[in-house]
Design a protein around this ligand. Sequence first.
Ligand code: NAD
Length: 345
Amino acid sequence: MKALVKETPAPGLTLREVDVREPGPGEILVKIRAASICGTDLHIWRWDHWAAGRLRPPVITGHEFAGVVEAVGPGVATPRVGDHVSLESHIVCHTCYQCRTGKGHICQNTRILGVDTDGGFAEYATVPAENAWVNPPDLPWEIAAVLEPFGNAVHTVYSGVGVEGRTVLVTGAGPIGLMAIAVARASGATLVVATDLQPYRLEFARRMGADRVVNVREEDPVEVVRELTGGQGVEVLLEFSGSERAIHQGLQALMPGGEARILGIPSDPIRFDLAGELVMRGITAVGIAGRRLYETWYQGSGLIYSGRVDLEPLITHRFAMADYREAFELLERGEGVKAVLYPDA
Ligand code: NAD
């Protein structure tokens, strides 16, 4: 089969022939129909500091993908051959404290498809059967592929006190922030303000349901939020930028007693005023990792299957897998939201 491989510890990816691995006990073989490119894949493409410290080439990249179950290994009852599946990218150990207490999303021994083990930029993937999420057969392949990052958004929006009847600030309108805007809108938030630096992304934020968008190069989001909330601040901050500046602004835009849910990952450690920004204002700050297994998948797929959230507008570009360079270069230029690769195109 053809696969996009990080072959050597250097920038770029290589499209080459690799063997299909037969599924072993507890595994399935998936014929991949669509795979979307994530920010993490761009780190791997560039071979930055994070990628160099984490990946052990050669590895088939890609962790957002969907396809048809082609074969099942010994002992696999579900899914079945022919099922249409999305894949949870985190392979968890089931033995650590977190796994055994219902918190597998923060398993201490997590291995990630396409990062620590072969992933989905390929014609086929052999993966644990338990990581498959079975979709209705009429769900479009590209929507099935992006259910994984969508789960990040759903997990963030539904944590803590949720968003129903609450005012919300979304910092960072990248793919996951944009998905979160749609979830917050569909889940009863009374005000959704979104920030970004890029007009292109803010236009999508409006389309996904933000009441007010703020280009932080032109306006101060803290002032905008205060104006819109009668000087109070918002009740919930959903952080998806990973930007130190945005994190400070988000915390300042929260009302005392508000809740900050932080999914964005800064590229370096950041400094903040613990007492002034958090402690004395009674802020609850929560780190959000991955998706709750598998509660988030039930919540997220429910929103998609019922039509309450439509992710189609975010699929801005489609490429045959052979044209992967074009796709990565486009995303590097910040020109798309979600680009999808089709292995059999
Ligand atoms: P992305 O990088 O495409 O989106 C980030 C957005 O933030 C961009 O649109 C960028 O223009 C915007 N931004 C940058 N500086 C800003 C500022 N000062 N104010 C407002 N907006 C600003 O990323 P994504 O794929 O949507 O992912 C969002 C974040 O979540 C990333 O940091 C990613 O590393 C992280 N992530 C975390 C997890 C997890 O499990 N915690 C999983 C996936 C991704």
